[in-house]
Write a protein that binds this ligand. Structure first.
Ligand SMILES: [Mn+2]
Length: 244
């Protein structure tokens, strides 16, 4: 029997992009340093800055795929959740990397504690215009049609969407871009959990509050624009947000 390492790692919002090779280097280093020392790695969305199809195999993407494959083949389970930027990751990518797909809003048993995992965008319920766009972009028929387009056209569409999303982020009020406590309570009650881990907002923190007269926690992961960042959850219940 293989003994566990009694530690699980959670990351999100790396926004991996060929224009920022230093972030990819941070990730590759994290994987190499973690191998043999952790039980599992959870990627909670926006791993890539954008993803327009599993057939978009640039050198940069190949390098990341190779790193993930190496890690899973070495025996590290890696779980992959879609974010709002890389939701077009499909089976081909998962097969090539050995990552296991994790639907948004999944409860895992973490050393005996039920923990809810989300990307986090659906918790930002004040951002009505984003949620409308999200609904369109998650339409399976539209996604299928988009993936049938030639790669060059998909790249053009991606650049357009990116520009309009940047405009929205710059113009929307700061509180609109954060989660609402109502959405947090509601989803935690729905899944009967006292712990929630998510990313998306780029506001790393551990929020403690009471839920059903018991202490509850919402742990928010950071983006990687200023270096590697992860949550380490130990089997004994100790949790730590670490920056590189
Ligand atoms: Mn996001």
């Amino acid at each position: 029997m293989k003994l566990g390492q009694n530690k699980t790692l959670f990351i999100s919002d790396l926004h991996l992009d060929a224009r920022h090779p230093e972030i990819a280097d941070d990730f590759i280093r994290l994987v190499k340093d973690s191998l043999g020392h952790i039980d599992a790695l959870y990627i909670l969305g926006d791993f890539f800055e954008s993803w327009i199809g599993d057939d978009d195999l640039s050198d940069f993407h190949q390098q990341i795929i190779h790193t993930l494959k190496f890690a899973t083949q070495t025996g590290l389970p890696i779980y992959f959740m879609h974010g709002n930027r890389d939701f077009l990751i499909r089976k081909k990518f998962l097969a090539a990397t050995g990552c296991q797909y994790l639907p948004d809003e999944t409860v895992i048993n973490l050393y005996g504690t039920p923990v809810l995992l989300m990307h986090g965008d659906t918790l930002c319920t004040l951002d009505v215009s984003y949620l409308k766009t999200r609904k369109k972009m998650r339409n399976p028929i539209l996604q299928k049609l988009f993936l049938l387009l030639p790669l060059s056209l998909r790249r053009k569409i991606r650049d357009k969407i990116r520009a309009s999303s940047q405009q929205h982020i710059q113009s929307a009020a700061s509180e609109i871009m954060d989660v609402t406590q109502e959405a947090v309570f509601s989803v935690m009650q729905k899944h009967h959990v006292q712990y929630l881990i998510h990313g998306h907002t780029h506001r790393p923190a551990t929020h403690s509050f009471m839920l059903h007269q018991k202490s509850a926690e919402r742990i928010v992961l950071a983006a990687w624009d200023e270096g590697a960042h992860a949550l380490i959850w130990q089997a004994d219940g100790k949790k730590e947000l670490v920056d590189d």
